[in-house]
Design a protein. Sequence first.
Length: 156
Amino acid sequence: MVTITGLDAADRDAWERLFRGYLRFYRQDPPQHVFERLWDELGSGARVHGLGARLDGRLVGITHFLAHPSTWGADVCYLEDLFTDPEARGRGAARSLIDGVVAWAREQGCGAVYWQTHQANSRARRLYDDVATFEGFIVYRIALDGADLRGAAQKL
């Protein structure tokens, strides 16, 4: 059975392994300081939050999320990253992580939880289509750090 918990200091190495797996899927390889900054953010709980999915006590999935204002209603929760160990897929970890984020967002008074994924991520989209509504939005991005993300997205 999958259990959802917060992340703690003992999860640091397993968390980074899972987060690197997520970033590999999107063909991203940020420098180490990005991992250090995010882990510090997760630990403070001030802006970015994280949950872990555990099977038999082992961390097999992670999610990162944050709340932000909406211009026309209650705050909303953006589920930014979600990843499960390939060996644990199909056992309910991703669905349980989404449920955990939804529960957190409700507790915070958010009006909605939303996320994005690449159109080629068909396995994840089957789950997402089951738990949420695809509203047809298309995402455009301008990278301000000089990174050209167009090539990475086209390779997926």
